[in-house]
Write a protein that binds this ligand. Structure first.
Ligand code: AGP
Length: 617
């Protein structure tokens, strides 16, 4: 089983090995614990595979070089069932070595298939579900000599989610692949073609790509791409050009992708706003291809997402309800469909996902569509499964996010949700045009405010130095500051492996305050001054924890004298309306976690046990 793997296939005029290994390297961020490659040669398929990172595979390739070849497949595997061993690494071969298979996803009926094959005398060499596909494909080739036809026959027997890419020693110059739910794109080059889980793996060679749909098989040669359904009918091909370039997928002088992506937030934010607001401050979301009458009739909004995207949704709820007066629920996608949620044709479901491939979110949106709800995706990845299966999509234009810890996509997701909320308010008439224009003016000021904040993060470096030895950190906030606290804690957990918790500041006295002991660092997100009692209540919360010895690290507006009086460490924020403050307040927290992990000598971009996109439930 291989749930969040990276897959590369190449056939063309050049040497395949460096292209495949280079492609796998560009997908390292997805998370993996073994890697392998298979090349076609006139004497049969040659494979090398190793548990561990790609450097181990490269060492193996240096010790036992592969012959030259212009055609091959590669894989990085993230183990779940069946440990990260050399044997379980992909590619998997048929018993006679004629076919090689790499796989992303889960074959749910693998145990049944395995028993059936073993009863027929097949000997398995790994604990993976993938190996069954290699044996089945080999058998299918005896009935259906064409590679794509044999693969289609195998797919019709498989249950679960999968991307499969296969090579046949007897069919030079040809690679076939199949897709159900897991990601797969075709890169179209000059005298060469590519297959990959992610366009990042071939962006240095071509920016022309083809989206593959559900339950489709593709066969590529150096100059052809043929797409069919699992039943063999021709499938419409959707070519597109990748908008970002190679530089976007490289570190550009930064030590970590995460750090680079933190600094890219002003650009990501302004690119996400671009073209969606007209000169008079009206929202023009032309991409929201949902009948306007339906948008006006929506009586409930449900946001589904996971992890950081869920936190973006929690923040969006405050704004959407405030602006539209439509009840808005936010739910973890993994919980949503298992509790019989009330979703009707007048519910507007918003699925937020950076990757567009998160299985929990995908399943939640499928459930919502089964109940005939309208679904809008907010996504950063062009053509991914979640936007494809939604009624409409608002893309975040944050560029590729490589660091496992989501940063620029978080702020871009909040902005996309805000654009949606303001658009709904405009359509439903719950805000006057001049009110919307005023909010839009504040929102468009955010990218410059982000840049100002990013220019002055020196004090966070010093803070991380001071706190590098701590074992536990708390984050508190109220209103939109509460999800910011949750996100600050998630960032620290993910990459620094520290115990970190986010709490609603008002909840402290109901339990969590018992955790506070002398010296415990507590980050406090203080709302802007001058708005009802929110600000003063948070200042009182700081006093409560300070009285118990906590070390207070206070994020507040730069002129907030009351908050500063309670701060052991002060992190000044630019002045912004309450609803827009999260877009700024999260930045020092993201940077702090990056700094802490760096000081601890941890791998910031590929934290242990995590993968960038989680394509299993
Ligand atoms: C955040 O830093 C994460 N690594 C993770 O929580 C992520 O946000 C979550 O898995 C959802 O991913 P998606 O946005 O691609 O759907």
């Amino acid at each position: 089983m291989a749930p969040v793997c990276g897959i590369v296939g190449y056939v063309g005029a050049r040497q395949a090995q460096p292209i495949i290994i280079g492609g796998l390297k560009r997908m390292e961020y997805r998370g993996y614990d073994s890697a392998g490659i298979a090349l076609w040669t006139p004497d049969g398929l040659e494979t090398r595979k190793r548990a561990g990172k790609l450097v181990r595979l490269e060492a193996e390739l240096a010790d036992r070089p592969l012959p030259e070849s212009r055609q091959g497949i590669g894989h990085t595997r993230w183990a779940t069932h069946g440990g990260p061993t050399d044997q379980n690494a992909h590619p998997h071969l048929s018993g006679d070595g004629r076919v090689a298979v790499v796989h992303n996803g889960i074959i749910e009926n693998a145990a049944i298939l395995r028993r059936e094959l073993e009863a027929e005398g097949v000997v398995f060499r790994s604990q993976t579900d993938t190996e069954a596909v290699a044996h089945l494909l080999r058998r299918a080739l005896d009935q259906e000599p064409g590679l794509a036809a044999a693969l289609r026959a195998v797919c019709r027997r498989l249950e679960g989610t999968f991307t499969l890419v296969v090579l046949d020693a007897a069919q030079p110059g040809r690679i076939a692949a199949a897709r159900r739910s897991s990601p797969l794109v075709v890169g179209v080059g000059q005298d060469e073609n590519f297959l990959a889980s992610d366009v990042a793996s071939f962006i240095e060679h071509t920016r022309h790509a083809i989206e593959l749909g559900q339950d489709q098989v593709v066969e590529i040669t150096a100059d052809t791409v043929t797409v069919t359904t699992f039943d063999g009918d021709p499938a419409p091909v959707k070519p597109y050009d990748i908008e970002w370039d190679l530089a976007a997928a490289e570190k550009g002088g930064f030590d970590w992708f995460m750090r680079k992506e933190i600094f890219e937030q002003p650009q990501a934010a302004s690119d996400t706003l671009l073209g969606r607001i007209d000169q008079s401050g009206r929202l023009c979301l032309d991409e929201l291809r949902i009948d306007r009458a339906q948008l006006r009739a929506a009586d409930k909004i449900v946001i589904v997402a996971c992890g950081t995207a869920y936190h973006a949704g929690l923040i969006a709820k405050y704004a959407i309800e405030h602006w539209t007066r439509v009840p808005c629920e936010v739910e973890l996608a993994s919980e949503f469909r298992y509790r019989d949620p009330i979703v009707t044709p007048t519910t507007l479901v918003v699925a937020i996902s950076q990757s567009g491939e998160t299985m929990d979110t995908l399943m939640a949106l499928r459930h919502a569509r089964e109940q005939h709800a309208q679904v809008v995706a907010i996504c950063n990845t062009n053509g991914a499964t979640i936007p494809r299966e939604s009624d409409a999509v608002i893309y975040t234009h944050a560029g590729p996010e490589i660091g496992v810890a989501s940063t620029k996509c978080f702020t871009a997701q909040i902005i996309a949700c805000y654009l949606l909320g303001l658009f709904l308010a405009q359509e439903r008439g719950t805000k006057f045009g001049d009110e919307i224009a005023e909010l839009v003016a504040d929102l468009t000021a955010v990218p410059a405010q982000m840049a100002a904040l990013l220019a002055d993060l020196g004090p966070i470096d010093a803070l991380a130095q001071e706190l590098v030895g701590v074992e536990s950190v708390l984050f508190i906030g109220r209103h939109v500051g509460y999800p910011v606290a949750l996100e600050g804690a998630l960032k620290l957990k993910e990459i620094s492996y520290l115990h970190a918790e986010g709490f609603a500041a008002g909840e402290l006295k109901h339990g969590p305050i018992a955790l506070v002991e002398p010296g415990l660092p507590v980050f406090v997100v203080v709302p802007p001054t001058g708005r009802d009692h929110l600000h003063d209540k948070v200042v009182s919360n700081i006093q409560e924890i300070r009285a118990r010895g906590a070390k207070t690290i206070v994020l507040a507006e730069r002129n907030d004298a009351e908050a500063w009086a309670q701060a052991d460490h002060a992190i000044p924020l630019p002045l912004a309306p309450t609803l827009f403050q999260p877009l700024l307040a999260i930045i020092p927290l993201q940077y702090f976690s990056c700094q802490m992990a760096t000081l601890k000598g941890l791998d910031v971009d590929q934290p242990r046990n995590l993968a960038k996109s989680v394509t299993v439930e």
